[in-house]
Ligand binder design. Structure first.
Ligand SMILES: Cc1ncc(COP(=O)(O)O)c(C=O)c1O
Length: 426
């Protein structure tokens, strides 16, 4: 029998992996690089290079402005339909647009307007700061008539549903949460939150950035109201690739888009001087989409659809469990503790370990002068090292080597060589 914590076991798991062929479809030039940050920026799919080359040389270089009528104009809708399949929405409920923060602003504004007379917004203290900044900005914009209340996590890892229920009142207009939290990877029960919110006639706005492409989401089943999300993490759309937004069909006409621009106009090329809102989801657009970035996203979405989100989730669970088992055996004695939920059904596809020396340890992981492998996780203040598992390309062997390097760093106290001064981007 293969020893459970050995390299040969990791290799055996890789041979048994039903998704292993997908790894070959990413640009992976350096086999000594162990990339565990796909939850921040996904790897580059090989087909993306071809798609972008075509978009640049043929569509832009040769067809020029004609390309708008040859596909560019419909691209945000067309790819929105592909994302709709990944997040269990209707094809006419999702569109690519702007960044996650801008989309969150648009939908939160629309929701607060629709809920006029109600003055409370609920979020939590594990939410991504940009989301909170947007909500704080809206409170100011609505002249401080609203209060933003944050559900406090007792351990910084998970949320208590009973506490959440206690926060609702007849004043609750909107609940805005990350489906999977960025630091701890806590996964909210979307159906349960929707049910609680709807009982109180509140709307829920989900940030799906850390769940889309990593686990099954069914907005339809949860009767979700609103959602936004980015495409550069588990969807591998590339740096700054456009975000998406979802508005449930029956809310689309009821809600306004606060940033009216020509792409959300009924017929922009009539150049009417007064805005007429486009029907349906298109009205949530504002200006010209980043066509090249949108083009680069398509092959990446196709790969997720081809692999199937259930298979992706199955492997993600197996790999996050595997990482935790290795950590229990080799790392917990060295001062690490789990900063993510223990049970796999309560977490997304990244695992966080907390350590008082987290920053310096993550520096040593990335350092090519230390050991034979470069391991790229990311660090989140004050003491969290996040390891992203992207089942389309993460191998068991990589997870094994990442833990092995961590062991070496701790055994030899290698982290002591680094300063605690933070870089601009961690
Ligand atoms: C959960 C979450 N929400 C929002 C954002 C911000 O996204 P954007 O830069 O597209 O506005 C991020 C960025 O990493 C994120 O992780």
């Amino acid at each position: 029998m293969t020893e459970p914590y050995s390299l040969s076991k990791a290799r055996l798991l890789d041979t048994q992996d039903s998704l292993k062929a997908f790894r070959e479809r990413f640009v992976i030039k350096d086999s000594s690089l162990i990339y565990m940050d796909g939850n921040s920026l996904g790897r580059l799919p090989s087909d993306t290079v071809k798609y972008l080359d075509k978009a640049i040389r043929e569509q832009w270089g040769e067809r020029l402005i004609r390309s708008w009528n040859e596909g560019w104009y419909q691209q945000s809708m067309r790819l929105g339909k592909k994302i709709a399949q990944i997040i269990g929405a209707r094809p006419d409920e999702v569109i690519l647009s702007d960044s996650t923060s801008v989309n969150l602003y648009k939908l939160a504004y629309g929701a607060l307007k629709l809920q006029e007379g109600r003055h409370e917004i609920i979020s939590d203290d594990m939410n991504f700061p940009s989301d909170l900044y947007v909500l704080q900005g809206l409170v100011k914009q609505f002249e401080d008539k609203h209060t933003l209340r944050l559900l406090k996590s007792s351990d910084g890892i998970s949320a208590d549903m009973t506490e959440l229920l206690r926060m609702f009142s007849s004043q609750t207009a909107l609940v805005s949460l990350s489906h999977v939290t960025f630091k701890s990877s806590y996964l909210y029960d979307m159906e349960k939150v929707s049910e609680l919110a709807h009982m109180h006639k509140a709307l829920v706005l989900w940030d799906l950035s850390h769940s889309v492409g990593a686990l099954p989401v069914s907005l339809k089943k949860a009767n979700a109201d609103l959602a936004v999300g980015c495409t550069y993490k588990y969807l591998n759309g590339g740096p700054g690739s456009p975000a998406f937004l979802y508005v449930r069909k029956d809310l689309q006409e009821k809600m306004v888009n606060p940033i009216q621009g020509w792409f959300g106009e009924k017929n922009p090329f009539e150049f009417k001087l007064n805005y007429r809102s486009s029907p349906g989801i298109r009205k949530y657009l504002t200006g010209t989409p980043p066509v090249l970035s949108v083009s680069g996203l398509e092959p990446a979405l196709d790969m997720v659809l081809e692999a199937g989100i259930s298979a992706i989730r199955k492997k993600s669970i197996a790999q996050t469990d595997y990482l935790i088992q290795l950590a229990e055996k080799y790392l917990y004695g060295a001062g690490f503790r789990l900063g993510s939920p223990e049970f796999n059904e309560k977490r997304g596809s990244h695992i966080t370990f907390k350590h008082a020396e987290g920053y310096r340890i993550s520096k040593a992981l990335i350092d090519p002068e230390v050991g034979k492998k470069v391991v790229v996780p990311d660090f989140r203040e004050p003491n969290n090292i996040r390891f992203g598992i992207t089942p389309l390309y993460t191998s068991y062997e990589e997870i094994f080597h990442a833990v092995e390097k961590l062991r070496m760093i701790m055994d030899q106290k290698i982290y002591e060589r680094y300063t605690t001064t933070r870089g601009k981007v961690t």
